[in-house]
Design a protein around this ligand. Structure first.
Ligand code: GZL
Length: 317
């Protein structure tokens, strides 16, 4: 343990460290702006920091891990008090997280996890990504009620924890239901544009009349796919059932219009619980659980999606 840590721990034992939020400078390495949900997370995180008087150094990685690693090294060199990161992929973080640990800079993961020892980060604020996939799969099990259904899947960013876990969860839910089969599965990188392009390829390869449902790992890819389905002369939400994840405003709008069938909500407010845990840790040494879980709620046509759209549309998506 470094001498600084010894001093820090003794101080923490003797008295809470007087680290008021307004004295904090925090580095935030954000993946980019690949989806409406991501944009909302950025908006909420900046607002959370501002409300607490925290100085936030923001770095947009343009979806590149090397840019995130560079940003973290820059934050470490600047001697920030803590680091928030939404890790674009799950692997390749051990080195830079060790560097942060050696510099006694706590790291908190937002909305995605990493394949690294959990002593390399203070806590992770995420939903249960496997459960989200299971909820989506169970919705389709219920919706098809035993009828044959050929499914196409738009996966999230390759190697990201949501893409891995949401695929696992959906597979868990449809296992044992022989009427349900995933016939095509490909990444759309969590973006609307790629969701449209990949859905076009699915329609061309399979024939739209042979596709019963789309499972998209986020709403943005589903919204892109809806455009492709319409351009193919088919009715999204009717000819092809659509279930996705995030519950962004445009998903509620599509469900209200009958062009999408279900979405699972992911809160963009990961920073609130993260900063609460960080302040408790820095002020009185409270060590948080390694996982702070956010809720997941299914929305379908049974909900007042138009009203929910009106509520959510101003929240930075
Ligand atoms: C999931 C999050 C995902 C969102 C997408 O926790 O990492 O990243 O579901 C975003 O919209 O691109």
């Amino acid at each position: 343990m470094s001498i600084k840590k010894v001093l820090l721990s003794s101080v923490l034992i003797l008295s809470p460290l007087a680290v008021a939020a307004e004295d904090l400078t925090i580095g935030f390495s954000q993946i980019g702006s690949e989806s409406g949900w991501r944009a909302a997370e950025t908006t909420v995180t900046k607002q959370q920091a501002e409300d607490r008087g925290i100085t936030l150094k923001f770095a947009d990685a343009q979806q590149k891990q090397e840019n995130q690693i560079s940003a973290l090294r820059s934050f470490i060199a600047q001697g920030v008090d803590a680091i928030l990161i939404a890790p674009v992929v799950a692997t390749g973080w051990d080195g830079v997280l060790e560097e942060a640990k050696d510099a006694d800079i706590p790291v908190i993961l937002l909305d995605r996890t990493v394949d690294a020892s959990d002593d390399l980060y203070l806590t992770a604020v995420t939903s249960d990504l496997v459960h989200e996939g299971e909820v989506a799969g169970q919705w389709l099990v219920d919706e098809t009620a035993g009828a044959q259904c050929r499914i196409v899947e738009l996966q999230g960013t390759t190697g990201s924890s949501p893409a891995i876990d949401r695929k696992t969860g959906f597979g868990n839910a449809i296992a044992g239901h022989d009427n349900l089969e995933i016939v095509r599965s490909q990444t759309g990188d969590f973006t609307r544009s790629q969701g449209k392009v990949v859905m076009e390829s699915f329609l061309k390869a399979e024939g739209g009349e042979n596709i019963c449902a789309l499972y998209a790992h986020n709403d943005d890819m589903a919204v892109g796919a809806i455009q492709a389905i319409k351009e193919a002369g088919l009715k999204p939400g009717e000819d092809i059932k659509i279930v996705a994840i995030d519950a962004v405003p445009d998903a509620h709008l599509a469900i209200a219009a009958g062009e999408m069938n279900a979405t699972i909500e992911l809160t963009p407010n990961m920073a609130g619980p993260a900063l609460d845990a960080l302040e408790a840790y820095l002020e009185n040494g409270t060590v948080p659980a390694k996982w702070i879980q956010t809720e997941s709620r299914l929305y379908t046509a049974a909900d007042d999606n138009q009203a929910i759209y009106e509520e959510k549309k101003g929240l930075g998506y």
